[in-house]
Write a protein that binds this ligand. Structure first.
Ligand code: COA
Length: 332
């Protein structure tokens, strides 16, 4: 990486999770599954469902929580990036809807689609805008209403996903030993067959037939995705450690995308990390796609578990395929 003169640091966090809980007993009542299978195979005990509203509501409430806890006005925000694969509509971008909802009248922004890697890709993008020197306050939001694209007759998938929004505020720091230090991000479109939502886009515009065939739902070949996710997330996390001369003692926390507890454990093992150094909340929320990483950050920060100077590794894997890791030093 070239020598930076400005670093992008996280200076605020916010989150929103809907009140409605879907526990494992609920899934026992709608598909052929059981609590024990779900907990042991995925680590999930419950997830949230947004009953009224859309992804922009999850995102806007997370942003409002951030603004309130930071005690700043929405008018100070210059850029809004919303990572999501469940936008309210194809267009306008969810970022525009969030801008209006929170009253960020001086902001521009856009949506970014990278599935479960959406937050990491948006985070890198937001950090680059800060590092350019042109922007001083960039809001990066990960939000997904996954319950809007889940087939509740498909036991392989319906148990995995939930709804949430979470946000971070990025600002510049002249002390470049804080904030984003490095990132390794990848895409590989050969993964498109294993995890996708085929209907509704320009390939399969919505018709009665596409709806009858369930093409508007998530399709996932869980086993194939699982194998790839374990390998790629573990490899990339290990690679970013090695590249930055970090050992397991140096790292305060791995902040992994929450897709399956077994994937998180495999990644931690490869990094030589104790389990208590892995941020985990999949048990409470399931896989909330773009929201998982910032949601972990907010909860651990507010629980007093993060301190200034902590070295963190963010790691993710998702549809595309997309995957990556970031190394940053916490500055709050
Ligand atoms: N309850 C009970 N049994 C279930 C079930 C459920 N909810 N879902 C699947 N099963 C069954 C399968 O049908 C299969 O039965 P079969 O052997 O008779 O066909 C059996 O359990 C084992 O399935 P398998 O695919 O081996 O389970 P698994 O250990 O791979 O776990 C997932 C399934 C979906 C939990 C797992 O593959 C996974 O987490 N995949 C990746 C998910 C992911 O990370 N996705 C997003 C990337 S961001």
């Amino acid at each position: 990486m070239s020598e930076k003169i400005i670093s992008a640091v996280i200076t605020g966090v916010g989150m929103y999770t809907p009140d409605k809980i879907l526990d494992n007993a609920y899934f026992e009542s709608i598909v052929d599954t059981n609590d024990e299978w779900i907990r042991t195979r995925t680590g999930i005990t419950e997830r949230r469902k947004l009953e009224n509203g859309a992804t922009s509501d999850l995102a806007a409430r997370a942003a409002e929580d951030l603004l309130k806890s930071k005690n700043i006005s929405a008018e100070e925000i210059e850029v809004i990036i919303v990572a999501t694969v469940t936008p309210d509509m194809f267009f306008p971008a969810t970022a525009c809807l969030v801008q209006e909802k929170i009253g960020a009248k001086n902001a521009w922004g856009f949506d970014l689609s990278a599935a479960c890697s959406g937050f990491l890709f948006a985070f890198q993008t937001g950090c680059s805008l800060i590092e350019s020197g042109k922007y001083k306050k960039v809001l990066v939001i990960g939000a997904d209403k996954m319950t809007s694209i889940v087939d509740y007759t498909d036991r392989n998938n319906c148990i995995l996903f939930g709804d949430a929004g979470a946000a971070v505020l990025l600002e510049p720091s002249e002390d470049t030993s804080f904030g984003l230090q490095d990132s390794l991000l990848h895409i590989d479109g050969s993964g498109k067959e294993s995890l996708n939502m085929k209907g509704g886009g320009s390939l399969n515009p919505p018709t009665h037939k596409t709806v009858d065939e369930g093409l508007h739902y998530i399709y996932q070949d869980g086993k194939t995705v699982f194998k790839f996710a374990v390998k790629k997330m573990a490899d990339i996390s290990h690679e970013i450690m090695e590249k930055n001369g970090l050992n397991s003692e140096d790292i305060a926390f791995l902040v992994p995308h929450q897709a399956n507890l077994r994937i998180l454990n495999a990644t931690a093992e490869r990094m030589g990390l104790d389990k208590n150094k892995v941020m985990i909340n999949i048990n409470k929320y399931g896989n909330t796609t773009a929201a998982t990483i910032p949601l972990c950050l907010v909860e651990y920060y507010r629980a007093g578990k993060l301190k200034k100077g902590d070295k963190l590794i963010f790691a993710t894997f998702g549809a595309g395929y997309t995957w990556g890791a970031c190394y940053l030093v916490w500055d709050m």
